[in-house]
Design a protein around this ligand. Structure first.
Ligand code: SF4
Length: 248
């Protein structure tokens, strides 16, 4: 496959190339998803609506795989992400489960520490992520036998050892990362080839997108997750949703 892209005015690392010859690992990935659907029902995809999640949603919808989709609405998501959730549901005729944080916990945190207290200390940042992401995730996974993520090894130093399959001891279910070995080019070639909708922020220098106040655009040479919690050091740029252990 040979694609030719134009250069962009802003730095967009996944569009830095002019041409690329690439064989998409779609067949292997589809086999991984089918295996999850056959052996670990019910299974669910955790979608934050980054480009990787859009590849997975497209594969699930295109091949009618019985795997549900949910997202964590932290209450601080960018408008562009909200818009993409809406567009995705319409495009694929998909019922997306939206899981919100406990309103009382959010109210207590904001009243006690302030709405943007996550900038004040790592402890307050992790507490905010625990309230808005980690505990809602546990609720979303209750009753599931497996969950799927769009994580990739190439995304950051924190994900270099990401396995294709893990045992998630915290939630007591299997966890699959079927795009673990996909490159940036593979993800974007898939998106372009299949005309998959994607977050408008990707075109403004945001390769990784989370909550609005904790995500910024990156600059040339930076890790693709450098814009997440950019005021913290590289090895801390995770929110507590993902800990990696190989399946035994
Ligand atoms: S990413 Fe930021 S706003 Fe979102 S839950 Fe974590 S600390 Fe809170």
């Amino acid at each position: 496959m040979r694609l030719i892209y134009r250069d962009h005015a802003v730095f967009i690392p996944w569009k830095r190339f002019i041409a690329v010859d690439i064989d998409l690992p779609t067949t292997e990935t589809l086999a991984r998803l089918r295996a999850v659907a056959e052996r670990h029902t019910p299974a669910t995809l955790a979608a934050s609506f980054g480009a990787e999640d859009m590849v997975l949603i497209d594969l699930l919808a295109r091949h009618r795989l019985p795997i549900s989709v949910f997202t964590l609405d932290t209450g601080r998501l960018p408008e562009e992400t909200q818009s993409l959730i809406h567009v995705t549901a319409r495009r694929y005729g998909l019922a997306i489960t939206v899981v919100a944080p406990d309103a009382g916990e959010v109210e207590r945190y904001v009243s006690t520490h302030g709405p943007n207290a996550f900038y004040d200390s790592r402890a307050l940042r992790l507490e905010c992520c625990a309230i808005r992401k980690v505990r809602p995730l546990a609720r979303a996974l209750a009753g599931q036998r497996a969950w799927i993520t769009g994580q990739r090894r190439a995304q950051s130093v924190t994900r270099r050892a990401l396995p294709l399959q893990e045992w998630d001891a915290e939630h007591g279910i299997h966890k699959f990362n079927p795009l673990a070995d996909w490159s940036d080019d593979a993800v974007w070639t898939y998106v372009r080839t299949h005309d998959v909708p994607y977050n408008a922020l990707h075109d403004r220098g945001y390769p990784s997108i989370g909550c609005a106040p904790c995500t910024r655009a990156i600059t040339p040479g930076e890790d693709s997750r450098a814009g997440r919690w950019w005021w913290e050091s590289d090895e801390h740029r995770e929110c507590g949703l993902h800990t990696h252990r190989r399946a035994s």
